[in-house]
Structure formats: C-alpha cells, structure tokens
Design a binder for this molecule. Structure first.
Ligand SMILES: [Zn+2]
Length: 141
C-alpha cells in the first residue's frame, strides 16, 4: 500500500474506481477550495485491480451518497488525530437530481436544459437508475 501524505483531521476516500478519482475531485470542487488534498491515482488494489484514493485535510461536510453514485463500493474513512475513527460505505440514494445525465437522445432533458435530471434507483446491487421522464435505465458501473 502506497502511503503518501497521512492526514491529521479529515477524510480518506478509498476504493474509488480507477479513473473516477478526478470526477470526485471535480464534483467536490476541490480545485476551488483551499483544503490540502491528495489525489492518488492507479493504486494497486486486491479487490479492484487499480483504484484511486483522495485524501482531504480539514474537510467539513460532504454528501457521501453522491460519492457512491460516482463510484459505488467507495469507502469513506473519517480521520481524527491521525486515526481512523469511522469507516463507512455510503448507500446509493433512492432519488437523485442533477448528478447523472440521461443518455437517451430523445429524452426531454437532452433538449430542455431547464428540466432537472431526475433519476430513481431501480436496483441497488446492479447500481441502476431509471430516468424519471423517459424510463431509460442508466447503469453506473
Ligand atoms: Zn431520460
């Protein structure tokens, strides 16, 4: 296991599917923040083959469920005084708005930008969501 910077108080987001780390980085707007962040890409993993890891020092609150949508099976480690005090695997949310976009070209959300992208969870294990407007099924992984 590759140890880059260890953090004192913050979050270690682990088991991110390789290549998705940058999406989470962007989603959390980390570029704009003045937090210390380490994005570690393509770390060897026994379960995933390769994975990404994000370490964030001093972060306050984030919506963990949204992170699960970007990469199911993600693990969030909360770190206090350099120790992991809480380890959690966020569940996929039942309903999401403006997180994923419908890839059905005939869907109303493709033409009408003001229409929110709303999806409902269909199958938690398969990580599939259904578009509220056109019933198109989207698979997250
Ligand atoms: Zn749709």
């Amino acid at each position: 296991m590759l140890e880059i910077t260890s953090i004192k108080n913050g979050l270690v987001i682990d088991h991110i599917k390789a290549g998705i780390g940058i999406k989470i980085f962007n989603h959390l707007n980390l570029e704009e923040s003045d937090l210390s962040v380490a994005l570690i890409m393509n770390v060897k993993s026994n379960t995933l083959g390769k994975k990404d890891i994000i370490k964030i020092e001093g972060i306050q609150e984030i919506d963990y469920r949204v992170l699960a949508m970007l990469s199911p099976n993600i693990t969030i480690n909360e770190v206090r005084d350099e120790k992991i005090v809480n380890k959690l695997i966020p569940e996929l949310p039942e309903k999401v708005e403006n997180i994923i976009t419908c890839d059905n070209v005939r869907c109303i959300t493709t033409d009408e930008n003001y229409v929110p992208q709303i999806f409902n969870l269909v199958d938690r294990d398969k990580a599939t969501y259904k578009c509220e407007y056109c019933d198109h099924i989207m698979k997250l992984v």
